[in-house]
Design a protein around this ligand. Structure first.
Ligand SMILES: *[C@@H]1O[C@H](CO)[C@@H](O)[C@H](O)[C@H]1NC(C)=O
Ligand SMILES: *[C@@H]1O[C@H](CO)[C@@H](O)[C@H](O)[C@H]1NC(C)=O
Ligand SMILES: *[C@@H]1O[C@H](CO)[C@@H](O)[C@H](O)[C@H]1NC(C)=O
Ligand SMILES: *[C@@H]1O[C@H](CO)[C@@H](O)[C@H](O)[C@H]1NC(C)=O
Ligand SMILES: *[C@@H]1O[C@H](CO)[C@@H](O)[C@H](O)[C@H]1NC(C)=O
Ligand SMILES: *[C@@H]1O[C@H](CO)[C@@H](O)[C@H](O)[C@H]1NC(C)=O
Ligand SMILES: *[C@@H]1O[C@H](CO)[C@@H](O)[C@H](O)[C@H]1NC(C)=O
Ligand SMILES: *[C@@H]1O[C@H](CO)[C@@H](O)[C@H](O)[C@H]1NC(C)=O
Ligand SMILES: *[C@@H]1O[C@H](CO)[C@@H](O)[C@H](O)[C@H]1NC(C)=O
Ligand SMILES: *[C@@H]1O[C@H](CO)[C@@H](O)[C@H](O)[C@H]1NC(C)=O
Ligand SMILES: *[C@@H]1O[C@H](CO)[C@@H](O)[C@H](O)[C@H]1NC(C)=O
Ligand SMILES: *[C@@H]1O[C@H](CO)[C@@H](O)[C@H](O)[C@H]1NC(C)=O
Ligand SMILES: [Cu+2]
Length: 580
């Protein structure tokens, strides 16, 4: 009794404070502490020691409002070097807080900490955070939820509840050992043992039924599912049996709503969907499943993760279901597209359009200052140990490249090197605008599949309007590559199959309401054209979000110079910025 009175008092006091406090016009500062620790986790009857955040797997959700400042202290208590990336956050002038190791910062070493300090400007929706060093993001990840400013509604029906659902990949072995082994042998890395929803593989795997994500819902309500693909190496199809969803947002950008049975989500992407539950309590439960969309030649994890959509028993449940418990209800399973269903993938991405309303306009750059054409794809390196046969194609080592340059990770961070004028010997600024040796990119592959390498950047003066076409290549097989750009959103003005035709294809570009996002799939055997305005000074990583391709070198960086005005310059580095 005393407890309930106290909590009621507290509730009223809290409510009063909420009413009395003026609504902050420019946001508040939110403090978070993320402690990276080892934790034993059992999945599929295998116990593994994983790196995790605050003893939670997946990590805790971070909640902010548009306009808030975040001060996130990351403390490293594990033997590995760590860095954390806030995927999709623009980081306007705060590149020091972006996170990719050796690009914007040196890693946080064991026993050290670093405070990531940034403001959320002009963004609202679902994003996520993850480690950005080696393959540690396989277990270090969590949702970032950015609510609209106080009093600003969603441009869609107010949901009854909001539920983050984050897809991941579970390995029974240590993912660090897996990628290290692959980089030694030159072969493809071992694939994952399961996919997960909020860390749970679900009932379709052996020894896993107890580790199932359950979404308990009420009839006749609207739920906002905040879907995030944190898988390492796989794009995913996702569907809920007997329900359709309405897509309303992608990568923290509102889209023109459309209904679908199935969504496609690439690693790095986020998608908000509305789920309208059935008007009446159904005598059934429903599986929600995800499995990959695969275009590459290598082996992959073709398994299926499932969660359960369960309708809460109504109050008078006994009357309705005197004999059946939820357990005995029939269970329906969705039908997902085939693993290689590129037709579905194409149809789905073509439906994505910016909302482009008065309040949320699509500010597509109409004029272009600089055009770039990048080939993206796989390739080979000679076996590093002479006289030995590596496990890549024909005894070589797998590699990957952009414009045939496989990016070599520096040992000093690029942003510091730039800021302090110490780039000599760290990076060069001669990344090519176009491929040095053009060929029929989607036709027969060239005989020579070897890549070159280097730490090369492309320099953009402040406010350059950029158009970039990314072209898949057939070298070692056509494949869809989800490319992620740090520091910017871009508009996807066009895409197609075959080789990009610079004379014909731009005529069909959509510069009215193209989807705006931070990660886009370069279609398998095709190309995608994006535009962005380089209004954010700093060094910005761009890479494939299939982690294995990043490890093989499918990455580069842009160097955006300061503008003339004082508010167009990169801020000075924080005092606790880690050192190499
Ligand atoms: C994990 O399990 C191992 C073996 O049982 C144990 O030695 C270790 O202390 C555990 N680690 C943690 C962080 O609980
Ligand atoms: C965060 O960054 C802002 C802008 O640079 C700065 O004014 C502020 O002092 C920083 N806060 C902390 C706690 O470092
Ligand atoms: C990868 O798989 C192979 C074959 O199953 C196995 O021998 C090897 O130990 C695995 N590597 C790692 C790092 O687990
Ligand atoms: C679910 O869908 C299946 C296949 O379309 C159908 O047979 C079944 O009646 C549906 N069940 C419910 C409860 O909607
Ligand atoms: C998944 O791959 C395994 C091994 O290659 C194969 O036996 C199985 O049939 C595949 N399953 C599906 C659903 O494609
Ligand atoms: C997809 O896979 C199926 C079965 O493996 C095969 O028959 C079909 O030709 C493939 N489709 C494409 C577009 O590759
Ligand atoms: C290994 O390479 C050396 C030259 O680098 C060559 O002389 C030797 O014959 C090679 N050995 C074998 C077994 O191929
Ligand atoms: C491997 O070598 C064979 C025969 O020399 C050639 O036909 C094939 O294209 C090569 N494959 C790759 C991936 O280089
Ligand atoms: C490129 O290769 C494709 C597929 O083999 C072929 O259809 C096309 O004609 C080739 N294009 C050119 C310009 O050679
Ligand atoms: C590529 O290899 C094929 C078969 O080995 C050969 O006929 C062809 O001339 C080679 N092409 C080039 C450009 O070297
Ligand atoms: C980069 O290329 C050079 C020259 O071809 C080669 O010696 C070196 O091993 C390559 N480095 C990496 C990391 O692949
Ligand atoms: C951690 O990073 C530092 C700085 O780059 C480097 O010297 C060290 O070797 C790294 N340690 C591990 C365990 O990777
Ligand atoms: Cu890729």
């Amino acid at each position: 009794m005393a407890v309930s009175t106290a909590s009621q008092l507290f509730f009223y006091a809290f409510a009063c404070i909420l009413i009395v406090l003026p609504r902050p016009a420019f946001g508040i500062t939110r403090h978070y502490k993320l402690e990276i620790k080892m934790q034993n986790v059992t999945r599929l009857c295998h116990t593994r020691s994983i790196v995790s955040v605050n003893g939670q797997f997946p990590g805790p959700r971070l909640v902010a409002r548009e306009g808030d400042r975040l001060l996130i202290k990351v403390m490293n208590h594990v033997p590995n070097n760590i860095s954390m990336h806030w995927h999709g956050i623009r980081q306007l002038r705060s590149g020091w807080a972006d996170g990719p190791a050796y690009i914007t910062q040196c890693p946080i070493q064991t026993g050290q900490s670093y405070v990531y300090n940034y403001t959320v400007v002009g963004q609202r929706g679902t994003l996520w955070y993850h480690a950005h060093i080696s393959w540690l993001r396989s277990t270090l990840y969590g949702p970032i939820i950015i609510l609209p400013k106080y009093g600003v509604p969603y441009p869609f029906e107010k949901p009854y509840k909001e539920v983050p659902m984050i897809f991941g990949e579970w390995f029974n072995a240590d993912p660090e050992a897996i990628i290290n082994q692959a980089l030694q042998t030159g072969g493809g890395p071992n694939v994952s043992d399961a996919y997960t929803i909020n860390g749970l593989p679900g009932p379709l795997y052996n020894c896993s039924a107890k580790d199932t994500f359950k979404l308990r819902v009420r009839p006749g309500k609207t739920y906002l599912l905040r879907l995030i693909n944190a898988a390492l190496n796989d794009e995913l199809f996702f569907s809920i049996a007997n329900h359709t969803v309405t897509v309303v947002e992608a990568d923290a950008i509102y889209v023109k709503p459309f209904e679908t049975d199935t969504i496609l989500i690439a690693p790095g992407q986020t998608t908000n969907v509305l789920l309208k539950t059935k008007p009446k309590y159904p005598s059934a439960t429903f599986l929600m499943t995800a499995r990959p969309y695969v275009t590459g030649q290598g082996t992959f994890d073709n398994s299926t993760v499932a969660g359960i959509l369960e309708y809460e028993q109504p109050r008078n449940a006994k009357a309705i279901h005197s004999k059946t418990s939820i357990k005995n209800l029939p269970l329906f399973k969705p039908v997902l597209p085939a693993l290689n269903d590129t037709n579905f993938a194409t149809k789905f991405v073509n439906q994505l359009r910016s909302l482009d309303s008065k309040k949320y306009p699509a500010n597509v750059p109409k004029e272009v200052d600089q055009k770039f054409f990048f080939t993206v794809g796989l390739g080979t390196n000679p076996c590093s140990t002479k006289n030995q046969t590596c496990q890549g194609p024909n005894g070589t080592m797998f590699a990957a490249s952009i414009n045939n340059i496989s990016f070599t990770m520096p040992t000093a961070a690029l942003l510091q090197s730039h800021y302090f004028g110490r780039s000599n010997g760290v990076y060069r600024t001669d990344f090519p605008f176009d491929p040095l040796f053009p060929f029929n990119y989607t036709g027969n592959p060239p005989n020579n599949t070897m890549v070159s390498n280097g730490t090369k950047l492309l320099v953009l003066p402040f406010n350059t309007s950029v158009e970039l076409v990314m072209q898949d290549t057939s070298i070692l097989g056509l494949e869809s590559h989800p490319l992620h750009l740090h520091g910017f959103n871009f508009f996807v003005v066009g895409q197609g199959f075959g080789n990009f035709n610079p004379k014909k294809d731009p005529k069909n570009f959509n510069v009215v309401d193209p989807i705006e996002r931070n990660t886009v799939g370069v279609p398998s055997g095709g190309w995608v054209a994006i535009r962005f305005l380089a209004d954010n000074p700093g060094v910005w990583f761009m890479h494939c979000h299939l982690e294995v391709h990043t490890s093989w070198g499918l990455k580069m960086a842009w160097l955006v110079l300061d503008g003339d005005k004082s508010n167009q310059k990169l801020l000075p580095p924080p005092a606790d910025l880690p050192k190499c």
